[in-house]
Write a new protein. Structure first.
Length: 153
C-alpha cells in the first residue's frame, strides 16, 4: 500500500508555520501548522472547532471565495489544512494573515453557532479562536521561509 504524502514528512522537524503540503493539478493543499508535532501541546476540540468556523467563514467570504476548496483541522490536532485552487502561494499566505487579523478584530457570536447550523454548536468559543489565531499570526509574521517548503533532514 502506498503511503500518503503527509506521512512522508518528518514531523519531528516541523515547526509552526505555513507550508505547501501537496499540489494536485490546480489545487494546492496548505499545511497551516500551529503547533510543533509530538510535543504534547495539542489543540483542544474547542479550539479546532472554533477556529474552523471562523476561518472558513472569512475565507469563503474573501476575495478568493470562489477558489477556496476546503478548510479544516488536522486529526493530529497540530494545525489545519487549507485547499485553494488557482491562486499563488504568496497570495494565499497573505490572505491567511488577513483572515487571522479579521478573527482577532471580530466581535460577536462565532459564525454558525446554532443547533440548526452545527452538529456541536455548544462547543464553540470566540475567545479560544482568538487566542489560537493570535499566536499563529505572530508565527506567520516572523516566518522567513517564503518558499513554503517543508524542512529537510
Amino acid at each position: 500500500m502506498e503511503r500518503i504524502k503527509s506521512f512522508e514528512i518528518n514531523h519531528n522537524l516541523l515547526e509552526p508555520g505555513f507550508y505547501i503540503s501537496r499540489e494536485d493539478g490546480d489545487i494546492i493543499t496548505y499545511d497551516l501548522r500551529t503547533r510543533k508535532p509530538n510535543q504534547g501541546d495539542y489543540m483542544s476540540n474547542l479550539v479546532m472547532h472554533s477556529v474552523e468556523h471562523m476561518f472558513a467563514t472569512f475565507a469563503r467570504n474573501s476575495r478568493m471565495a470562489d477558489h477556496i476548496v476546503y478548510f479544516g483541522p488536522m486529526g493530529c490536532q497540530t494545525g489545519f489544512y487549507l485547499l485553494v485552487k488557482q491562486e499563488k502561494p504568496s497570495d494565499v499566505f497573505q490572505l491567511t494573515k488577513e483572515i487571522l487579523e479579521q478573527i482577532l478584530a471580530y466581535e460577536g457570536e462565532v459564525f454558525g453557532a446554532s443547533a440548526i447550523e452545527c452538529g456541536n454548536y455548544r462547543n464553540l468559543s470566540l475567545a479560544a479562536a482568538k487566542e489560537e489565531c493570535g499566536k499563529y499570526l505572530k508565527v506567520l509574521q516572523a516566518q522567513t521561509n517564503l518558499e513554503f517548503v517543508y524542512p529537510k533532514e
